[in-house]
Ligand binder design. Structure first.
Ligand SMILES: C[S@@+](CC[C@H](N)C(=O)[O-])C[C@H]1O[C@@H](n2cnc3c(N)ncnc32)[C@H](O)[C@@H]1O
Length: 190
């Protein structure tokens, strides 16, 4: 039997669903490649996963909880010894942020450990600032792009456009020539 999360858990787990246009904006610059198998490790109600599938990717979903859509795995991403789904080429998600973005930072570091392919995370627009995160950005040769979203994401029906700006942060498979010079791209609703 699948245990479905309560309204309380939806809030506690930070279930904010990403509008499809935000994922489309990412895919305009980092399109799905043939044979891509993408891990969405905080899949929620598959708002990102569905767009990736529509672009031809095979998507492996996991999450700490089940809401309206079943996942391949129900797993806490922070648990030690979480196996990596076999054959994963990329990892894309909008993770939980937590207090002062602490969960988002953990999610980013663990994502880079567990996925040696392209990693794309939807985070707050100033997430790359701060001395405690230079390992993820300034000093990280895998960091290749920030896609600043000039429109605000509506996180739930009736939300009047949110109060915060967001961006996709993208890390490439491995350090290589030209890496270390991240591109800044502006994107938004079509
Ligand atoms: C901001 S929502 C994003 C959902 C989905 N990625 C999207 O963009 O629509 C964050 C998701 O992270 C999940 N989550 C929270 N803590 C988690 C953890 N420790 N491990 C895995 N998933 C977690 C929540 O259940 C929720 O679905």
């Amino acid at each position: 039997m699948t245990v479905v999360a309560s309204k309380f858990e939806r809030v506690a787990n930070e279930l904010y669903e990403t509008e499809p246009w935000a994922t489309e904006a990412l895919l305009r610059h980092f399109p799905v490649e043939p044979n891509d198998r993408i891990w969405e490790p905080a899949a929620g109600n598959h708002k990102i996963a569905d767009v990736l599938r529509a672009h031809g990717a095979e998507v492996f979903t996991s999450d700490i909880a089940v809401y309206d859509r079943p996942h391949d795995w129900v797993r806490d991403f922070f648990a030690p010894f979480v196996p990596v789904p076999p054959g994963i080429t990329r990892l894309y998600t909008n993770p939980p942020y937590g207090k002062q973005n602490r969960d988002a930072v953990r999610f980013a570091r663990i994502s880079l450990e567990r996925c040696s392919g392209l990693v794309a995370l939807l985070l707050t627009a100033k997430f790359d600032f701060g001395k405690t995160r230079v390992d993820l950005f300034r000093d990280n040769p895998r960091y290749v792009a920030k896609i600043a979203l000039v429109d605000r994401i509506q996180w739930f029906p009736g939300d009047k456009g949110g109060t915060e700006d967001h961006a996709w942060y993208v890390w490439a498979p491995a350090p290589g020539p030209g890496r270390g010079l991240a591109r800044l791209i502006y994107e938004g609703r079509p």
